[in-house]
Design a binder for this molecule. Structure first.
Ligand SMILES: [Zn+2]
Length: 429
């Protein structure tokens, strides 16, 4: 159902129509009056009056609500939806006929596949307070407080898709929490179930070369222990921030699950409910997190391609490699080596512009201009959201690699593990 609200700009009196596809979640918006550029923001959401529930405007700044216009009066129309990509602002009047976002997308893969339902699994996981409970257990685990985890975790495992049904040892706790994160939360739908499968395959390559990896972990145990704690803390912080912004990503997540963002006409389609400042800052944090933890890919490639963790690509030693700036390390990566990934979503100029607050915006076109020194680059909201999701994906890849190292570390430290479970630690190594 589409709900129409009409407001008048407080500064110039322009009539504006907010046309929202009603849903169970709030639709925040921030638009510019197309005539005088005053920023008008607010929220449309479900509300209750006595026993009636209806969807409508619950908050507005710089404009006031007015009655629907006479048929011939023209107005500017903005479309809002938390599920679908929406058309950008147009001028129309009440005689113009327009399909709703829902009807426009009916019988497309967006509604015939489970794209939207899948994107909502993690949203509901958060709404049901399961996410905050999982985060609490993961944090307790990182901080070594396993005694508080076992009982609540065993309770969660009764209803979980995890292969583990009961935990006793710290390693079992880590494995169970990892599996719940990947299988129960629905987070994998945000970056791609097939990508996750690919990451798990890469982790399996490590397991297949057990002896070399084990020797590497034994020889670097102290460093790896510090790196692991650091990585785990950073990863949890990053995905918690992602969870807090998750709703804004839903239209892009649903679309990406069956098609390429490049296929979209982004001059016309966008997400009016996206807060670009929050998403910019998430982009920046995800960029920093990945660059900080990228060395693991090089170390593993060194081990697998050159048989020595400290032999870097292009004949470089560890010392030479460490002199390269974090961003320039990306160009050292040899794409054909086993653990390399495309890192196109790491855009130095965009991150620099965000850090220096050199960012300007055309709100109604949903077009952001990033200025880094004399060079500028433009991104639509949808493209920015897509880059963030690529970064989330890369972070999960790194998480899979570190998680595998953590299992080796626990094995070396003789942490017991349920021998009935299939895995790398079923034999006495
Ligand atoms: Zn105005």
């Amino acid at each position: 159902m589409v709900i129409n609200e009409y407001v008048k700009c407080n500064s110039c009196g322009t009539l504006i129509n907010l046309r929202a596809q009603a849903s169970g979640s709030p639709s925040p918006f921030s638009i510019d009056c197309p005539v005088c550029s005053s920023n008008i923001s607010g929220i449309m959401d479900e509300q209750e009056e006595q026993t009636d529930k209806y969807f409508g405007l619950i908050d507005i700044t710089n404009a006031k609500v007015v009655n629907p216009p006479e048929t011939s009066d023209s107005f500017y129309s903005f479309e809002l939806s938390t599920e679908f990509l929406t058309r950008k602002v147009i001028k129309k009047d009440n005689t113009s006929f327009e399909l709703t976002p829902f009807i426009r997308n009916a019988f497309t893969p967006l509604t015939t596949t489970n794209a939207i339902q899948n994107a909502y699994i993690f949203y509901n996981y958060i709404a049901d307070h399961k996410w905050e409970r999982l985060m609490n257990l993961i944090e307790l685990n990182i901080n070594g407080n396993q005694k508080y985890i076992i009982d609540p975790l065993n309770n969660i495992l009764k209803e979980s898709n995890s292969a583990l049904k009961k935990v006793n040892s710290p390693l079992e706790i880590t494995v169970a929490l990892h599996q719940i994160l990947l299988t129960d939360s629905g987070l994998a739908f945000s970056f791609g179930v097939s990508e996750l499968g690919d990451y798990i395959k890469h982790a399996k390559i490590l397991v297949d070369r057990k002896k070399e990896i084990k020797n590497y972990v034994i020889n670097n145990l102290a460093t790896i222990t510090i790196q692991l704690k650091d990585f785990n803390q950073g990863f949890i912080k990053l995905i918690s921030e992602f969870a807090s912004l998750y709703q804004q990503f839903i239209p892009v997540i649903a679309f990406r699950s069956y098609n390429n963002i490049d296929e979209l006409d982004l001059d016309k389609l966008g997400i009016t409910t996206l807060n670009y400042e929050q998403i910019n800052s998430f982009y920046s944090h995800s960029y920093e997190f990945i660059l900080k933890n990228l060395d693991i890919i090089f170390v593993l490639n060194n081990l697998f391609s050159r048989g020595d963790a400290s032999k870097y690509p292009h004949g470089k030693s560890l010392e030479q490699f460490n002199k390269i700036s974090a961003y320039n390390k990306i160009s050292e990566m040899i794409s054909s080596e086993p653990f390399s990934r495309p890192l196109k979503s790491l855009k130095n100029k965009i991150r620099n512009a965000i850090t220096h607050y050199d960012v300007s915006l055309d709100r109604n076109k949903q077009l952001i201009t990033y200025q880094d020194r004399k060079k500028s680059q433009q991104l639509y909201y949808v493209e920015l959201a897509n880059l963030c999701l690529e970064n989330v994906s890369l972070s999960f890849y790194l998480n899979e690699l570190f998680y595998t190292l953590e299992k080796f570390q626990s094995n070396i430290n003789n942490v017991p593990f349920n021998p009935e479970l299939k895995g790398i630690f079923t034999d006495k190594a």
